[in-house]
Write a new protein. Structure first.
Length: 727
């Protein structure tokens, strides 16, 4: 529906009710065809008779079970029994509580105010409402950027475009936001289960480290991971609710991962029940979901592409051809969507060497401060020396992630040992050992070279002339030793190995290379390395331990996130003010005669009423502008001098392509010293208790708007500044 609406809007030079209706019909037909062509990867599931509900992640071949599980009798459970676990329904109930609380109150009316429930969403939701309303005004697609004058729209707005289509069909903004959030939450909960079982649902809801354990100190339920000192925030509260692209990207990305696992690592017929089922998705659905992902979430597209690259290396020639066909056919549409959301490839690359993710950045570098009631002293000396750096490293990763890194290390170690132990066993997917060791050597050489060049400052000659030869000199004797009997020796590649390796590679990349102006935004990649590895942490490590140990491990893993999630849901019971309804409605009436293509000069804030009506400003909230990669400093200063009434204010407005100037509550407050020369030189084309609108090019003026209906004098709303600039 969304892609059809976009293409129809491009052809019709803007969205309309007819375009939205056509897109909805096409989307409904495509959904029916996809449903009819979709099959379950496993119709019956063979599990050890004494195993728990998640003893084997769905789709994991039984040959991957440990020796203890292999000795257990096998019973074939009907598909319906996979959903009878009390732990599963407990997680579903908790997910429902989160979804209903978060999305039914994502934007709500309280008297004369529009409010939100999640304070992290103040800046983000305002931006998304801007995009939704901007599309729905009928602007030509692909539109100009509503928050920066010198650019087309530079953002993966697929989900917002979907809500715009709903708005064109008569579904209001508030109702559309609620519907999209609830439907996406249901799809995400189900896809989490199909990808990794109950454990993975819990891992998404309750991700965390150690900071939540301080509840035992003050018995106060709170969003402990939401403070500025913690980088690994609640994925549910700080990502799913605020980053609307994830409403689509997470369930669809997990569905594709589940499809690829079932397609390339099917259950062996002799180990299951009957013949292996066909791949879950028809090829055209797989292609459509993968190729259109950049329109919704570019980081997810990057993560999925990395997984495909590793699968291509691991698989045999037949599956490789199918993967190559998928990528080749997806290349043109995916490139088209990337071209759209990157300002026609004018958005400069922000890839930059940044080891440690956010462990050395600002408040994130002081995770211990999250346990203190007193703010840290900014004059404290930075960490120095080898042991100081090592101590800081362990503090950051332990406080943020708890025991999860240890479990991943254990998982990787066990996979290596089991792969070596089973090297002589036949397996559907195998790779030559020397090729695998060569790839490891190449990766280590690249990593060491990058660190030496970017972090240690060695010359490029030293980096290229010394480090790669040393790396290969170390690995060649080891490779010769392990392959001395047969250099063509192969090792089996299980589903766990095939997915854990790209997950670890993605995590290392996220921790070494900055992919956005704000370092924290790499969490959009880290979340995928986390979700990919979660099912295998359970099936290969935790599930093999006895119940008391499993219970302790799960408590250590999820307790902090549990406290954070429900502490965050309980916060802000009365909501946080976003906008004055009377003011917003009155301005909306005044804007009706004005072309939606016109740009306004106004104060750049995230909840400006013009932005909430979908209109374009010279500059929006600086935090949003910065995260989209713009160097806005000079333009911001010029806008300030213009709005303060500088002598060349007309020339500056012309350079900004501003047709109108808005003077309202925010402008009066933030430009109190302005001389307001436009009040003497121009007549307002619309005025009211909310302020005035001035036409800066009266000779080209359209028929003047009637005076806007009087509205109750807006009462200034005390709105907290967004804690983070978001996208």
């Amino acid at each position: 529906m969304t892609v059809c609406g976009l293409l129809g809007g491009i052809a019709a030079h803007g969205l309309s009710g007819k375009v939205a209706a056509f897109a909805a019909i096409v989307g409904l037909i495509a959904a029916i065809l996809a449903f009819l062509g979709t099959s379950s990867a496993i119709t019956q599931k063979a599990v050890p008779a004494n195993a728990g509900p998640d003893a084997l992640s769905e789709g994991t071949p039984s040959r991957d079970r440990g020796p203890r599980d292999r000795n257990q009798p096998i019973v074939v459970a009907p598909a319906s029994q996979r959903y009878r676990s009390i732990w599963l329904w407990l997680m579903v109930a908790l997910f429902a509580i989160f979804a209903i609380r978060s999305f039914c109150n994502v934007l709500f009316v309280d008297g004369n105010e529009l409010k939100i429930q999640n304070p992290n969403n103040l800046g983000d939701l305002s931006l998304h409402i801007t995009y939704i309303k901007n599309f729905a005004t009928g602007v030509a697609l692909w539109p100009e950027n509503p928050i920066y004058v010198y650019s087309t729209l530079r953002y993966p707005v697929g989900v917002d475009l979907f809500n715009s289509l709903l708005l064109c069909l008569g579904v209001g903004v508030v109702r559309g936001l609620v519907w999209a959030g609830l439907l996406a939450s249901a799809a995400l909960c189900y896809s989490l289960y199909r990808w990794g079982g109950t454990f993975t649902i819990a891992g998404f809801l309750f991700n965390g480290g150690l900071v939540g354990f301080q509840i035992f100190k003050n018995w106060d339920w709170n969003d402990y991971q939401g403070v500025q000192y913690i980088g690994w925030k609640s994925l549910a509260l700080s990502m799913l609710v605020t980053q609307r692209g994830l409403l689509y990207a997470l369930p669809v990305g997990l569905l594709l991962l589940y499809h690829w696992r079932a397609k390339f690592f099917p259950r062996a017929p002799e180990e299951g029940a009957g013949e292996p089922a066909p791949a879950p998705l028809p090829f055209w659905v797989e292609l459509t979901l993968y190729a259109t992902m950049p329109l919704f979430h570019l980081h997810t597209f990057m993560a999925l592409s990395l997984v495909l690259a590793f699968l291509f290396l691991f698989l045999d020639s037949g599956p490789r051809k199918r993967l190559a066909l998928l990528v080749i056919l997806a290349l043109v549409p995916a490139s088209f969507f990337v071209w759209l959301i990157t300002d026609h490839f004018h958005a400069g690359s922000v890839l930059q060497w940044n080891p440690g993710w956010v462990q050395n950045n600002g408040d994130f570098a002081r995770p211990l401060a999250a346990f203190s009631q007193q703010p840290p002293n900014p004059a404290d000396p930075p960490v120095s020396g080898f042991f100081g750096t090592l101590k800081h490293f362990f503090q950051f990763w332990t406080i943020n992630f708890g025991i999860f890194p240890l479990l991943v290390i254990a998982l990787v170690t066990l996979l290596v040992l089991r792969t070596w132990k089973r090297r002589a066993e036949p397996a559907p997917v195998q790779i030559r050992l020397v090729l695998f060791l060569g790839a490891v050597a190449l990766a280590l050489a690249a990593l060491a070279s990058s660190y030496a060049y970017f972090s240690l400052g060695y010359s490029l000659f030293v980096v290229l002339a010394l480090i790669p030869p040393v790396a290969f000199a170390v690995i060649i004797p080891f490779a010769a030793a392990v392959a001395q009997r047969d250099w063509r020796q192969k090792i089996p590649i299980t589903a766990a190995t095939a997915f854990v390796i790209p997950a670890v590679a993605l995590f290392l990349f996220s921790c070494l290379v900055k992919t956005a102006p704000w370092e924290w935004d790499n969490i959009k990649l880290i979340i995928w390395s986390y979700l990919i590895v979660l099912p295998f942490v359970w099936s290969e490590v935790v599930s093999r331990w006895r119940f008391p140990i499993r219970a302790v491990v799960c408590i250590l893993l999820f307790f902090s996130g549990f406290v954070t999630l429900f502490g965050g849901l309980a916060a802000g019971k009365g909501g946080f003010g976003l906008a004055d309804r009377n003011e917003l409605d009155a301005i909306g009436v005044a804007l009706k005669p004005i072309s939606p293509e016109a740009r306004f000069a106004a104060y750049p804030t995230y909840n400006h009423p013009l932005l909430l009506q979908g209109r374009k400003l010279v500059m929006g909230y600086p935090g949003h502008v910065w995260t989209q990669g713009f160097n806005y400093g000079d333009d911001f200063n010029k806008l300030q001098t213009m709005m303060n009434g500088a002598p060349n204010w007309r020339e500056t407005a012309k350079n900004f392509k501003a047709r109108y100037l808005f003077w309202g509550r925010e402008e009066m407050k933030n430009y109190a010293q302005s001389t307001r020369p436009w009040e003497k030189e121009l007549k307002p084309i619309a005025t009211g208790p909310w302020g005035s609108i001035y036409d800066l090019e009266p000779s080209q003026q359209a028929p003047p708007a009637a005076a806007a209906p009087a509205a109750a004098s807006p009462t200034p709303i005390a709105i907290p500044v967004p804690s983070t600039p978001g996208q």
